[in-house]
Design a protein around this ligand. Structure first.
Ligand code: NG1
Ligand code: MG
Length: 540
């Protein structure tokens, strides 16, 4: 799987559905969307873009430390139908780049917006040179922010200093990824929207500067940062690069790679929503973004303690710290990553090294370091510390728990490699190996991950703790929160033959599921297969 591949563009429905590996329910969603688009905008869509949500099996909150993670795309996705706006003759032309965005969900109302050109530099040959674009993305939770976030990157990459103006667009969105659930509806929205604007402006096919999967991942990551979350690249990479039936081992260091990893047979993934909605855009200051700062500062303090040189303005990550500890000989073939066995060896040792992150003089690492203590530990003058670690992000905390965060990150990074090795070894052993023993061991790693998320990274919550425990009681090999946490979904590895009984048991024992039946229940707890990454359908 190469980051250089182009985004698949289908012109034939049969090929599209074959690639999705799914049934007619999908076909119906696509055709309903196209029909509805025509009703609302008076023309057929030119494209439908698709980006799936994802479930992360293991490797939580370590992507922004640049450690590898193991997510899979899920079957639930975001679809966006789009076409250049055709205005009735009497209405004149809409402003360049104007967007009319609608959503099949009635609670998300119709939005019209246009980017404002910054400084028209000159007018030569009647063409306007626009130096840049401004698009207002308010810091409130609004559905169209995700559409705007996708648009922004396309404007910046392709329409800065350009003579050509962006095409006005009509678009209609529909989605089956539950929002705020840890299944990355946000990344799916941003990827699908980025693809829609790329498609409409001719940047997907034919053109010399057409986008690759790797570029789309980077662009979507940057785009999502505009909605206020300093995310790592896991969700966008999973949404763009996944392949059916496998989980994807995604690395970020030294470069983005995605290697399909087969799960042992005999188990399925079940996603279950805790029904506690966690919205990162609203809680980032005390949660997600705070963890990003704690882990970055932790990496600098650890590097110092280990005698590793760090540039004054460099935001070294936990992954780079171990990278610099390892010799050249440990770098894997082609420089695509460290040799997994060597990396596992170093990660084992890090369990001890992180002790150095306990705040000086404090017996209780539970408490964390104050801002002053943390600044002193970093070795930077206060103003530089602020500039490097706090000026670009809003956090709200009095104590920073560097030790506990590092303990989670390094142990979780090791669990990811152990999980992957088990999957690869089981596949290699084929019929001779025992899937059951492997699945039990994978489940154990997932359970350990949950404990580490709860105790050391403190990104779980009562509901998630309870739901994962009930899932284990109902027969799961393992169960953990998935995504950022603090609410949202859990993922459980469940014996294939027991799925129905498992879902029934959990639905009877988890109090917030009381009274839910049929479709309402399958909205909150459902089995899913690893699905395929983002694609585009072009109407001809
Ligand atoms: P969710 O909350 O599922 O969107 C977030 C981050 C990921 C990763 C996980 C924790 C975004 C877009 N995604 O996932 O990059 O850091 O938390 O492992 O913020
Ligand atoms: Mg998200």
């Amino acid at each position: 799987m190469s980051a250089q591949e182009a985004i698949p563009v289908y012109t034939n429905l049969k090929d599209l559905y074959a690639s999705l590996g799914t049934s007619l329910d999908h076909a119906e969603r696509w055709s309903t969307l196209a029909e509805e688009f025509e009703k609302r905008f008076g023309q057929k869509p030119q494209y439908i873009t698709r980006a799936p949500g994802r479930v992360n099996l293991i490797g939580e909150h370590i992507d922004y430390a640049l450690f590898g993670v193991l997510p899979a795309a899920i079957e639930r996705d975001i679809l966006i139908a789009c076409a250049p706006t055709v205005s009735p003759a009497d209405k004149g032309h809409p402003a360049p780049g104007n967007v009319t965005a609608e959503n099949l969900q009635p609670k998300y109302t119709r939005q019209v917006f246009a980017p404002a050109p910054k400084a028209k530099a000159s007018e030569i040959d009647e063409a306007v040179h626009v130096e840049g674009w401004h698009l207002d993305i308010p810091q409130q939770l609004r559905w169209e922010n995700y559409v705007k976030a996708g648009y922004y990157g396309v404007l910046e990459k392709y329409f800065t200093g350009s003579k050509v103006l962006p095409v006005p667009v009509d678009l209609l969105v529909t989605g089956s990824v539950p929002a705020g659930s840890g299944l990355s509806s946000s990344a799916a929205m941003v990827v699908a929207s980025t693809l829609a604007f790329l498609a409409i402006n001719g940047k997907l096919e034919g053109s010399a500067d057409k986008i690759t999967k790797g570029e789309l991942v980077k662009m979507s990551m940057e785009n999502e940062k505009r909605v206020g979350v300093n995310s790592g690249g896991m969700d966008q990479a999973a949404s763009v690069m996944s392949v059916p039936s496998s989980v994807l081992y995604i690395t970020f260091y030294p470069s983005l790679t995605a290697s399909p990893t087969p799960l042992p047979g005999g188990a399925v993934l079940v996603c279950a929503h805790s029904l506690k909605v966690s919205d990162k855009a609203l809680t980032a200051k005390k949660g997600y973004n705070l963890r990003v700062v704690e882990t970055l500062v932790g990496a600098r303090v650890l590097a110092r303690a280990l005698g590793i040189a760090v540039g004054a303005r460099e935001k070294i990550t936990f992954r780079e710290v171990v990278g610099r500890l390892m010799s050249e000989a440990d770098v894997g073939p082609g420089g695509t990553g460290m040799d997994a066995a060597a990396l596992m060896g170093v990660l084992h040792k890090m369990a001890e090294a992180v002790e150095q992150l306990k705040p000086p003089g404090s017996i209780d690492p539970e408490f964390g370091a104050t801002l002053e203590e943390m600044t002193a530990m970093s070795g930077l003058p206060a103003d530089e510390f602020h500039e490097v670690y706090l000026s670009w992000v809003e956090v709200d905390a009095t104590h920073f728990k560097l030790y506990k965060r590092a303990k989670h990150v390094y142990s979780e990074a090791l669990r990811v490699l152990q999980f992957r090795k088990l999957c690869l070894d089981t596949a290699e052993a084929g019929a001779a190996g025992s899937s059951l023993a492997a699945l039990q061991e994978l489940g154990r790693l997932m359970n350990e991950s949950q404990t580490s998320c709860a105790n050391d990274f403190e990104c779980s919550c009562e509901e998630l703790d309870q739901l994962t425990q009930l899932a284990r009681d109902a027969g799961a090999y393992g169960s953990r929160l998935t995504g950022a946490g603090w609410g949202g979904c859990t993922v459980s590895l469940v014996p294939e033959s027991d799925v129905e009984a498992f879902i029934k048991k959990v639905s009877e024992t988890y109090p917030p599921y009381k009274g839910l039946e049929g479709e309402a229940l399958s909205e909150v707890i459902f089995a899913t297969r690893p699905s395929t990454g983002a694609c585009v359908y072009k109407f001809e």
